[in-house]
Design a protein around this ligand. Structure first.
Ligand SMILES: Cc1cc2nc3c(=O)[nH]c(=O)nc-3n(C[C@H](O)[C@H](O)[C@H](O)COP(=O)(O)OP(=O)(O)OC[C@H]3O[C@@H](n4cnc5c(N)ncnc54)[C@H](O)[C@@H]3O)c2cc1C
Length: 394
């Protein structure tokens, strides 16, 4: 049997366990070339003067890539770490290492899927296939009881239908014959200053207290399974794929001692996670429009000074200020805190929800486009699950 060399392009899936791409790639004894690219576009500024990746998430990403590199080295491989544009770098690597196929996990938001399309086009010129995997949702797209275009927009209908008519696949077993391409050179993660952050930012990040990587994700999961907390606080590792939603789900349900009410609450959150990803797949760019899913565009009268006061935690509301300070220092706030500051921005300060979403994009360690923009639209009353939109409830 002819063995192939497969380039595995890591994106928001920075783990070696429960990773379908690695399992498929190592099938039939193929050799794997693992690659991570710091896409320079992901470190640019947004139209609202915020960063697409703030320092706290940049640090978390660096730690996670470093951890992945350690794991791959322990298996006699080397993660190639590059900086630039994937559509230029991947074809170049494919040529250099005589790659037969390229694998990656599919994303759902506009900018990320556009990058995949550019890579696909560039690889196609070399007659190479970009194979897509679906590793971010609890339910596999192929197992849904309806095509993507017919997924119910109402969250409760989505949940009821999918849970009745579909099932969750088991976790992927760690491949026994995982084998990496032998390469002589070594790659390390870039310094934060080389990614464009200044000394003050780097100093702040050093005290954030949340450590990236698959090993830390597993440690956090073990701590969770020992208790009966109602919030897992695992979202940073889930968003960056250091922990798969499957590993999380199967660990939870196999934990017989877990109180049913707490389990249901944690499960419900995973439903929202899947829901937003599938909604992004169905509706795409709609989530980045001010109007969202409503008939009329909402209007906002608050000025820049009010937005600035919210960002820096200098509003008239002490509780909001304290939450924003925590967000700015650590990159993490609880769900209830997110709702509190988002409602305050939109309802009290009358600032566009898109500005709030862009600020969260900059600051949150667990930022992912589907959950963030989906949740903000929901709070502003223009979300996809119209009956559940916060403005319709309150
Ligand atoms: C305005 C706003 C913006 C948000 N932006 C993000 C974001 O960018 N990234 C992000 O991961 N979450 C986001 N959330 C959802 C939610 O607040 C966080 O996922 C949650 O705080 C994570 O806490 P946890 O890990 O303890 O979740 P748990 O309650 O333990 O839930 C388990 C997992 O489910 C997922 N999850 C939990 N709540 C939600 C939810 N409401 N919607 C979708 N998925 C959920 C997370 O991956 C989480 O780790 C946002 C919520 C709001 C209101």
């Amino acid at each position: 049997m002819i063995k192939k060399t497969i380039l595995v392009w890591f994106r928001n899936d920075l783990r070696i366990s429960d990773n379908e791409m690695l399992s498929f790639a190592s099938d039939k004894g193929n050799a794997i070339l693992p690659v991570f690219i710091y896409d320079t576009r992901a470190y640019a500024e947004t139209n609202y003067g915020t960063r697409k990746t703030g320092i706290l998430r940049a640090k978390f990403i660096n730690e996670s890539v470093q951890d992945l590199q350690r794991s791959i080295r322990s298996l006699n491989g080397e993660l190639i770490i590059e900086r630039g544009l994937p559509e230029e770098i991947l074809p170049e690597l494919a040529r250099q290492y005589q790659i037969d196929e390229v694998y990656h996990h599919r994303e759902v938001a506009y900018e990320e899927t556009k990058v995949s399309a550019l890579v696909e086009e560039a690889l196609w010129k070399l007659q190479l296939n970009l194979r897509h995997f679906i590793g971010h949702t609890l339910y596999h797209k192929e197992d849904l009881p309806f095509p993507i275009k017919d997924i119910p927009d109402d969250f409760n209908t989505f949940k009821k239908k999918v849970s009745r008519e579909s099932s969750i696949r088991p976790s992927i077993k760690f491949p026994e014959n995982l084998s990496f391409l032998e390469i002589a050179d070594q790659w390390n993660v870039p310094e934060l200053k080389d990614l464009g952050y200044n000394d003050n930012e780097i100093e702040l990040a050093a005290t954030s207290g949340i450590l990236g990587g698959e090993i830390e994700a597993k440690r956090q999961l073990t701590l969770l399974l020992c208790g009966d907390v109602v919030e897992s606080r695992l979202s940073p590792w889930i968003s960056l794929g250091c922990l798969s939603v499957h590993t999380y789900y199967h660990s939870l349900v196999s934990c017989v001692d877990y109180p049913k009410a707490v389990l249901n609450k944690l499960m419900d959150e995973l439903w929202w996670h899947d829901y937003y990803r599938f909604m992004f797949k169905k509706h795409g760019n709609q989530f980045f429009k001010l109007k969202g899913f409503s008939k009329a565009e909402p209007s906002y009268s608050g000025g820049d000074d009010l937005f600035e006061s919210w960002k820096s935690g200098n509003t008239d509301n002490v509780q909001v200020n304290s939450i924003m300070e925590t967000l700015n220092k650590t990159g993490y706030i609880s769900h209830a805190e997110r709702v509190k500051v988002a409602v305050y921005l939109v309802n009290d300060l009358q600032i566009s929800w898109l500005k709030g979403a862009a600020y969260f994009e900059d600051k949150l360690i667990d930022y992912n486009p589907a959950t963030n923009y989906g949740s903000w639209a929901h709070i502003a009353g223009v979300g996809s699950s119209f009956k559940n939109n916060l403005k319709n409830i309150s």
